[in-house]
Design a protein around this ligand. Structure first.
Ligand SMILES: Nc1ncnc2c1ncn2[C@@H]1O[C@H](COP(=O)(O)OP(=O)(O)OP(=O)(O)O)[C@@H](O)[C@H]1O
Length: 706
């Protein structure tokens, strides 16, 4: 064995050992991680199996793609149509330019073989002149591609926003349906990547198809000129066979990139969602020093994303290797053989335009060889692009599925068709499964618009998870009533509001209620929209819709004793981050100022004065009643009883009562209850003292004392 071979052998063995050791280490690491997973540490990413299992290049994908393409269909005369035409024209011009350049290269080689300086300089000059439009066309292709992607994205985004903001779909998607985990990501990233992948693929495929057609035609014409050459029929057949063989092998061995990228996008969305949650709850997390828990959670999500990305990278490594081998080296050899067949088998007279200087036609043969080699390699490039775009088509299938699913879910939610994917249910769960309605059951109750009364007839209150909170509710509220709603936590008080406002589906029974514009909800933490102080008061009106002038707005602020804020913050037109700069009580009072601005028929007040002092709260309630607003109030404060006429009480076990509220009687009962509670609280202390006295007096033990 020579020294060089020995060195080669040792270094290869060393590399192999290192490689095997690394693989073993990774195997161990994976095992450890799997163990921790089975111990319950893995975050349960709910698999939307229905959407990911069928992601591949098939009929379903084509149908989905067609549905989406119909949305951004570039109509005749539109900007997108003009862009599309420009794009296709530039692609065609590029193909003709490539052929012309291949011919020029042939002419350059010929002039070199002939040692013809004049021709050489002339062709070089032409080459450089052609390079200018050629470079411009290359740049134009990219420009039109990006503009097209943007145009498609804009159309799709507008369409998606229309669906998202129709019929409270934004609420329904997140609260009543669980198919879309991260609609924000679907609406931003997914649409963007779908539009850019699609347009890229369009030019990636259009140009090679044009290339293949025009180059084949040029090559066939060249070969046809050599009538006595052999292989004129065999070469095209062999070429087609080689191409199909390669395509078949790659298709068989290709990993399912569609499913892989779709899963990766889902995990990326979950990671982003976790970050958004931390930003939204940063203050509470900081108070509790909860950063470790949050960090671990985020890291776990990141690791899951990393694993998926890693998987894709690994799968691509082997696939690209195979692709390169077949389409670069195998094809190159085949191409050389195919060019050689007509050239070698030609036995006619030498074809030359210079019989004196080059009687054997060597320069012409060299020129032909160079031209056909260039054309063939451009053709091979084109076919390579077509075949390798299979991978991208598979990726497009994944992206299409995500966009299609988003639009489909939006549409279903807008039409009150919900689906919830059951999360893992603990074996010892206390949920009475019999009380669960079918999660995918269609809501069959009726909502009928009334003039002013709210009439509920045998309507159950059912959560989006299918839990029945109240089997059947029946009551009638008229505008002169002011209803107090009470009951233990989680008994369905806020759900009653969601029900009458139509946010939750009515599964059976009938609900008569006035138009939703007659309801105004003020929650415990009112929503502060972006904009000025004026925008906060008139929300959801905009400045163009408002009917109140500055004095009227000041009066509304006065009702809630918040007039000082105008001066403090620099006027009604001051823009601030109101969510952060106002205190909890100020936000609640601003929410109540909104009620005075809109003067609804029914105000739904959900513990919205918990941070307001009792005297201000009383004034606000009095004023609201004077203005003819009917109050439906959820509260635990007895101080508010006096402002109500009726009581709706849930007991937390599915039962309820609706009756006239006798505040005096209720206050007496409440007083008695509190007295008894205070007395009972003192009993252990009395028992303790009694026991001590028994001991000091040497009398009977505590049991006998009793
Ligand atoms: N979006 C939702 N998806 C699933 N279940 C929900 C949803 N919102 C509320 N629930 C469930 O419905 C039940 C009633 O909730 P609701 O908000 O009406 O309670 P509540 O009586 O207002 O309680 P509290 O006094 O604590 O505010 C609870 O068990 C809650 O877990």
């Amino acid at each position: 064995m020579s020294r060089r071979v020995k060195i080669l052998f040792v270094s290869s063995s060393f590399t192999l050992i290192i490689y095997l050791l690394r693989r073993y280490r990774r195997y161990l690491l994976r095992k450890t991680r799997q163990t921790s997973v089975t111990q319950g540490s893995l975050i349960n990413i709910p698999s939307s199996s229905s959407s990911s299992s069928g992601i591949s290049v098939n009929k379903r994908f084509l149908n989905q793609l067609l549905v989406i393409i119909r949305i951004f269909n570039p109509r005749f005369g539109s900007d997108a149509f003009f862009l599309l035409i420009t794009h296709v024209t530039t692609l065609i011009s590029r193909t003709f330019l490539s052929i012309y350049i291949a011919r020029l290269e042939g002419a350059i080689v010929k002039s070199l073989v002939q040692r013809n300086l004049r021709d050489f300089i002339r062709t070089i000059c032409i080459f450089l002149t052609v390079a200018v439009p050629s470079s411009f066309i290359n740049s134009l292709i990219r420009y039109t591609e990006s503009k097209l992607a943007l145009a498609f994205r804009t159309k799709l985004t507008r369409y998606a926003y229309d669906s998202y903001f129709r019929n409270q779909t934004y609420f329904r998607v997140s609260n009543l349906d669980s198919r879309l985990l991260t609609p924000d990501q679907n609406l931003t990233d997914d649409i963007e990547t779908f539009a850019s992948t699609l347009t890229h693929l369009f030019s990636q495929l259009t140009k090679p198809f044009l290339d293949v057609a025009i180059i084949t035609w040029t090559l066939v014409r060249m070969v046809q000129q050599k009538k006595t050459a052999r292989g004129l029929r065999e070469v095209p057949i062999l070429t087609i066979m080689v191409i199909f063989l390669t395509f078949w092998a790659l298709r068989k061995l290709s990993p399912r990139f569609g499913r892989l990228v779709s899963e990766e996008a889902k995990r990326r969305g979950l990671l982003r969602f976790a970050h958004t949650r931390i930003i939204a709850n940063a203050e509470e997390i900081a108070f509790f020093d909860g950063h470790e828990v949050e960090k671990n959670w985020i890291l776990k999500l990141y690791n899951q994303l990393r694993e998926q990305t890693n998987l894709i990278i690994k799968k691509k490594l082997w696939f690209i290797m195979l692709e390169q081998f077949l389409m670069k080296y195998f094809w190159h050899s085949c191409g050389m053989i195919f060019i050689a067949i007509p050239l070698l088998s030609y036995d006619g007279p030498p074809t030359t335009d210079d019989p004196i200087g080059d009687p054997l036609g060597i320069s012409t043969r060299t020129q032909e060889f160079t031209v056909s080699k260039n054309l063939l390699s451009s053709g091979a490039d084109a076919v390579e692009r077509i075949i390798s775009s299979y991978k991208e088509i598979a990726e497009l299938a994944g992206r299409t599925n995500r966009v299609y699913t988003m639009l489909h879910v939006f549409d279903e939610c807008a039409n009150e068709r919900y689906r919830r994917i059951s999360m893992t249910i603990d074996d010892h769960t206390s949920i009475d499964m019999k009380r669960k309605v079918m999660l995918n059951q269609q809501a069959e109750g009726q909502i009928i618009e009334s003039d002013e009364n709210i009439i509920v007839e045998n309507v159950p209150i059912i959560t989006p998870n299918g839990d029945i909170i109240v089997e059947s509710l029946s009551l009638k509220i008229i505008p002169t009533m002011h209803v107090l709603i009470t009951g233990p936590n989680g008994c369905g008080k806020s759900s009653f509001f969601r029900l009458i406002r139509g946010l939750w589906p009515i599964y059976s029974g009938r609900l008569y209620r006035p138009n939703p514009s007659n309801f105004f909800l003020i929650p415990q933490k009112p929503y502060m929209c972006p904009g000025t102080l004026r925008d906060q008061i008139i929300y959801p009106h905009t400045i163009d819709q408002t009917f109140a002038n500055d004095d009227q707005l000041m009066e509304m602020l006065h009702y809630v004793e918040l007039q000082y804020i105008v001066q403090r913050e620099g006027g009604l037109n001051a823009e601030r981050d109101w969510k952060d700069i106002l205190s909890g009580g100020e936000k609640q009072r601003l929410g109540l100022a909104r009620m005075f601005y809109h003067k609804p028929k029914y105000a739904l007040l959900d513990e919205c004065t918990s941070a307001v002092s009792i005297d201000v709260e009383g004034k606000i309630y009095e004023r609201a009643k004077q203005l003819g607003i009917s109050l439906l109030t959820i509260t635990h404060r007895p101080s508010l009883w006096a402002y109500h006429t009726h009581l709706l009480q849930f007991n937390g076990e599915g039962q309820w009562t609706f009756e006239v509220l006798n505040t005096e009687k209720r206050l007496t009962l409440k007083g008695e209850k509190e007295r008894l509670e205070a007395q009972l609280a003192g009993v252990p202390a009395i028992q303790q003292r009694l026991s001590e006295l028994c001991h000091l007096l040497g009398e009977d033990t505590i049991d006998n004392c009793k």
